[in-house]
Design a protein around this ligand. Structure first.
Ligand code: HEC
Length: 225
């Protein structure tokens, strides 16, 4: 309970922080480069670079959004598992996983996705840049490094927050080895729903994919190539 109220506090503080930035910008209306302040173009905040304070703010916003989405997916998945076991939960994931991540995204104009190279749903495919991020996470896993969250700027100039998703024991019934961790009936249903499924053969602790939170309402216009 304490964590939830703390998060709520952080959340409201952050978003009121955003509003303040908007107000300042309106008052200043100077070119972005001169004062390092963002300017507002349509509904997008344009920054001259990903400076330290913006980076810090996005790391916190990203963490909160991941926490909320994870909480949404996890509690919904656990409910479904309890209600009808993995077969029912599978169907639930098939229809509900993307709507749950989308619901927050719509309100805040951020893109909330879980992406994976070895994906189940091809809509969750990593792009070229994300493949390199993921590779770094895999290297880190091999070297037993603690995975770090990060913010990068995508090819359209939007900052994206990334966080590694690793495999837990409770994931194995749908993402482990066929017929060992994944029972026959569940395996058959996965095949039926996802004919090109690549998201099996994982082991506990391995990287599974990444949260990718794209801040569509922020644009970084940097001079650097
Ligand atoms: C009941 C079966 C089930 C369980 C348990 C399960 N998943 Fe999945 N998972 C799915 C299905 C089905 C999808 C595809 C959802 C969709 O269509 O978007 C999926 C998709 C994903 C994706 C998105 C990338 C992709 O492959 O499409 C990630 C990441 C993921 N799961 C991680 C996990 C993790 C981590 C756990 C454990 C905490 C877990 N899953 C537990 C069934 C399951």
């Amino acid at each position: 309970m304490k964590t939830i109220s703390l998060l709520f506090l952080l959340y409201t503080t952050l978003f009121s922080g955003c509003l303040q930035t908007n107000k300042q910008t309106k008052e200043n209306q100077q070119p972005a480069k001169e004062n390092q302040q963002p300017v507002k173009e349509n509904e997008v905040m344009v920054y001259p670079g990903l400076n330290d304070s913006l980076h810090r703010e996005l790391m916190i916003q990203g963490a909160i959004l991941v926490h909320q989405s994870m909480f949404g997916i996890k509690s919904a998945l656990m409910d479904a598992m309890q209600k009808g076991g993995p077969m029912y939960a599978l169907e639930f994931c098939n229809t509900q996983a993307i709507p749950i991540t989308d619901s927050l995204a719509r309100v805040l104009n951020v893109g909330v996705k879980r992406v994976a190279k070895k994906n189940r749903n091809p809509d969750n495919e990593t792009n070229d840049f994300e493949n390199t991020v993921y590779k770094e996470y895999v290297m880190g896993y091999i070297q037993r490094a603690i995975p770090k969250t990060r913010v990068d700027v995508d090819k359209d100039g939007h900052p994206v927050y990334y966080k590694l998703i690793d495999v837990k024991q409770e994931c194995m019934v749908c993402h482990g080895k066929l017929y060992v961790d994944i029972p026959t009936d569940v395996a058959a249903k996965i095949r039926k729903l996802y004919p090109n499924d690549k998201a099996i053969d994982f082991e506990v602790g391995q990287p599974r994919g990444m949260w990718a939170i794209t801040f569509n309402h922020i644009l970084i216009k940097s001079d650097k190539p």
